[in-house]
Design a protein. Structure first.
Length: 80
């Protein structure tokens, strides 16, 4: 399974009298984007599952890229 990334997205529902028709979009909604078998997959992530999904993504990142690279990236983020 690919690690992927998290994105906030705003949506338009398409109902004729909705506020999103005037530009006030619904959201933000959280989506996880990843590639599987050469195809892009997108999955909705409920806010109550955010911690679980981030933990799983980091576990996969460490498994794929190795712990030293992740530690280095965290150090760089702390110095910003």
């Amino acid at each position: 399974m690919a690690v992927g990334s998290l994105h906030l997205e705003f949506k338009r529902c398409g109902r004729p009298n909705c506020r999103c028709g005037e530009g006030w979009l619904h959201g933000p909604y959280l989506y996880r984007h990843r590639r599987e078998d050469g195809r892009q997959k997108k999955e909705y992530v409920p806010m109550k599952r955010l911690c679980e999904v981030v933990f799983e993504m980091e576990r996969l990142r460490v498994k794929t890229h190795g712990a030293p690279r992740v530690r280095q990236a965290l150090k760089e983020l702390q110095n910003v």
